[in-house]
Design a protein around this ligand. Structure first.
Ligand code: CS2
Length: 491
């Protein structure tokens, strides 16, 4: 027999291996509003808050989750039908530990009632607005690293403040209301996975507000804190299989469970506009400078993901664990990390680099979470510039080899080429998917067409050595396939 997951269930006995909130959820305040409550938010920030609520008895820090895209409606309906509770399953090998997370106080869709949502964001009780809207949600122009004011969504929000589509439309309205009504400023905390996530949220929002009302942008600049943070937990996209697992293992009918690895990390810059949750009590690290932690995470973990995912997919693998269990891929990854990445990393307080790299490779090898290569193969146009190009630039400056990094770029291009073929079933999920497919089609085995995309490659579009290497590897990938090209690269 299965039970539907609802608050009623919490009063009953739960099966072994599953825990649930023992705190009274009615007492929890919604002092955080989170925009973009996908799988990662629910495996990471909510998990920390749930722990804070259950371990400290401080009920000040619940989260009202929200979405601002129509695609979020199904999740809203699922969560609302089960009192905003959901199961979080942590898995490694044959170990599975699950918890019903209770820190989500509500789930709203911003565009269902823009006025009510703006009021919520502008309310005195809202101390923090947190964000996981992915890199694409910041509308960054890679050429200038600033806000792309020409993007149709951004232009729409500037022209139509009452029907916003972007975080900027919502945040500018809400902060304006706080400014005008003398409500103390809240903190804007980005939990998106890129370096300087706080600083970038600030610069892009200020650029937007400059267009709306320079007084507002000045007020935000002087009053609102945007802490940078490094977030880490591998969270595959939720699948039907996760639902089935929760049903079979725990007898629970949960419409939107999340499954992830046991590893979790959050390092946050200790810079808040007003109070902040005492998250250090549940393992979050607060620091004055997050940059070294972000750098190591993005250049080691995220870069390694992109390095192996495309080529692994081309070699016929579907899951990350299968790829890193292949000796050839393991060797390729080790070469990249030791020879190309490591020379440009700085020592990070409390982090043993060799151990950090070993742990990343071990985490990738976790077969239980079945992380799909295609999840990593999404949004290459903003992942390569953030994860791999910084290493490439450092290598080029010092004259070091870039062979494995260049091959990973060619791997992405070959993947796009395959996706561009007639009748291909490969999905290209990327904000500039159409352009990428068009260029991949035009160029075929000649990488120059894709390399000309300055919004992706920036100065690297003009770098002869980089271009030569990528072009040679792409030709070889077309002619010989992934495995033989990696073998040749490592010889
Ligand atoms: C991945 C990340 O999407 C990607 O390319 O590298 O989602 C990664 O799983 C997380 O950053 C882990 O914290």
């Amino acid at each position: 027999m299965t039970d539907k997951i609802t608050a009623k269930l919490l009063a009953g006995t739960l099966p072994t291996g599953l825990s649930s909130p023992s705190y009274d959820r009615n007492l929890v305040k919604s002092s955080i509003v989170h925009i973009g409550a996908g799988g990662f938010h629910r495996s990471h920030q909510q998990r920390y808050m749930d722990r804070l609520l259950s371990e400290t008895g401080d009920f000040s820090w619940g989260i009202c989750a929200s979405g601002i895209r129509e695609e979020d409606r199904a999740l809203k309906e699922a969560l609302k039908s089960q009192d905003c509770l959901y199961t979080l399953v942590e898995r490694a090998d044959d170990h599975a530990e699950a918890r019903i997370i209770g820190s989500m106080t509500d789930y709203v869709l911003g565009h269902d009632d823009v006025e009510a949502f703006t009021q919520k964001l502008a309310a005195r009780e809202t101390k923090i607005i947190s964000l996981t809207v992915t890199g694409a949600g910041y509308y960054i122009d890679q050429r200038t690293s600033g806000l792309n004011l020409d993007h149709p969504d951004v232009r729409h929000d500037l022209a139509n403040p009452s029907t916003p589509k972007t975080i900027f439309g919502y945040l500018s309205q809400a902060l304006k209301r706080r400014m005008v009504n003398n409500v103390p400023p809240c903190t804007i905390m980005s939990c998106d996975n890129f370096q300087g996530n706080g600083s970038i949220s600030k610069h892009t929002l200020l650029a937007f507000c400059d267009e709306v009302d320079p007084k507002l942008s000045k007020w935000i600049d002087e009053n609102v804190a945007f802490p940078n943070s490094m977030v880490d937990r591998i969270t595959p996209l939720p699948t039907e299989e996760t639902r089935a697992f929760v049903r079979e293992r725990f007898g629970l009918e949960d419409q939107c469970p999340v499954m992830c690895e046991p590893y979790i990390q959050w390092v946050v810059e200790d810079k808040f506009s007003s109070e902040r949750p005492p998250l250090e009590e549940v393992g979050v690290q607060f620091t004055a400078d997050v940059a070294p932690y972000e750098k190591i995470k993005l250049r080691v973990l995220n870069a390694s993901h992109s390095l192996v995912a495309y080529l692994g997919y081309l070699a016929g693998h579907r899951y990350i664990f299968e790829i890193v269990h292949e000796p050839l891929f393991a060797e390729y990854l080790t070469y990249f990390l030791n020879e190309e990445v490591t020379p440009h990393l700085d020592p990070v307080p409390g982090v043993d680099l060799a151990d950090y790299k070993r742990t990343v490779v071990r985490r990738f090898g976790n077969p239980a979470i079945k992380d799909e290569a295609l999840r990593i193969c999404m949004n290459g146009s903003y992942k390569f510039p953030k994860f791999i190009f910084p290493t490439v630039r450092d290598r080029l400056k010092t004259g070091g080899s870039i062979k494995t990094a260049a091959l990973s770029v060619a791997g992405w291009m070959r993947f796009l080429g395959q996706a561009a073929e007639k009748g291909s079933q490969i999905p290209v999920r990327d904000p500039i998917a159409d352009t990428l497919i068009l260029k991949a089609k035009q160029g075929g085995d000649d990488a120059e067409a894709l390399l000309s995309l300055r919004e992706v490659f920036g100065d690297l579009s003009d770098h002869d050595h980089f271009r030569k290497e990528v072009c040679a590897y792409l030709k070889q990938l077309y002619a010989e396939g992934a495995v033989s090209t990696i073998q040749a690269c490592l010889r």
